[in-house]
Design a protein around this ligand. Sequence first.
Ligand code: NAD
Length: 416
Amino acid sequence: MSENLNPFAIAQAQFDESAAVLQLDPDMHAFLRQPMREFHFTIPVHMDDGSVKSFQGFRVQYNDARGPAKGGVRFHPDETIDTVRALSAWMTWKTAVADIPLGGAKGGVICNPREMSQNELQRLSRGYMRNISRFVGLTQDVPAPDVHTNPQIMAWMLDEYEVLSGHREPGVITGKPLSLGGSAGRTPATAMGGVVTIRETAKLLGMELNGATCAIQGYGNVGSYAHQLAHDLFGIKVVAVSDEFGGIYSADGLDPVVVAQHLRATGKVGGCPGSEEISNSALLELDVAILVPAAIENQITGQNADHIKAQIIAELANGPTTPDADEILNAKGVYIIPDFLCNAGGVTVSYFEMVQNAYQYYWDEALVQSRLDQKITTAFHAVHNMAQARQVPNRVAAYLVAVSRVAEAVRLRGWV
Ligand code: NAD
């Protein structure tokens, strides 16, 4: 039978497995396996050619028991409500595992930003904020950038919110440009958190990171910084990287500066000097110590999991591994750093951004990084210790830590 690759079905299956291990009360189980609130809306946008195009937008507030909901907004042609639901669930578990006082949310618009002008994107971003403005805010729900949204888009959304509310409230959105109250260190934060988890894993496994081989799928914000940080901080030898057009390989290791220059010049990693071509599927199956999926969902499945040779999989992407693949990889003894732990660095620094906005006092990058390192290291060991204590895979352990914390807040509030 073929696997169900619907991301929300996968998120629910993962949650169900953990709820069973936790022996979660059935009423709590039923409450936590669905989003608390969803907003579906149509955004009319005046296009440059004079036509009006209607875009479908979503905001899902999965759970806000531990604090205001928090999560990015994606602009993507293949966006679906189930993808947004899944990502909002993972945000809930992510903020809980990182132990920051926030809940989980996610948003999305079905659109192709590559085919839109900057003016059209601005009108879409403002239209998105107009639709959700009554339901977001410092104490309700705080959006952020995600796939194909960026600091400029956050700036337009912030401005629209402040025009509507009539006052300045920078903490209503994170991932802003620095000059509008963004945090130092936000852009590399997700990758930084990921390499901290790789460092801690290597210590546990007794793996020498200097010279250890690594392959990275996806070379956007997360993948490109993962390459640079892994190379610069630990001397990890990244032998392959890829983007949606294909991958590149060099047995001697790829220099992040050279790849970044080539990407800037050509728009893709393919053809980078000193490298040979490799397909995305072959990259995943390379004989490397560390595999970093940093692109999209459902890349490691029941079809290819048996061919994976890496000892560590650091899931910087959300949902890169399916439940069928998990079963195969766990049986092989691969050390998986599960997504909502591995990529929690981004939301952690978003939380730091909210704190700095509230105080109107800003930290330098070194302070942001040291506090990020501390938070992620603590979260990593909470999950590892849970896995050891309960003899469960890391993903289940991450759920056990996160779900217990969210369930406790729900219980204390008297909701269930
Ligand atoms: P991005 O849009 O900047 O980059 C995505 C990269 O993946 C691009 O290089 C793109 O070409 C590549 N890609 C797309 N489809 C692919 C495919 N089929 N095969 C191989 N490569 C493909 O996005 P990002 O911000 O780097 O996010 C990457 C992943 O990390 C996503 O799963 C995202 O949800 C997750 N994530 C991002 C953040 C963040 O702070 N940006 C935080 C947490 C999780």
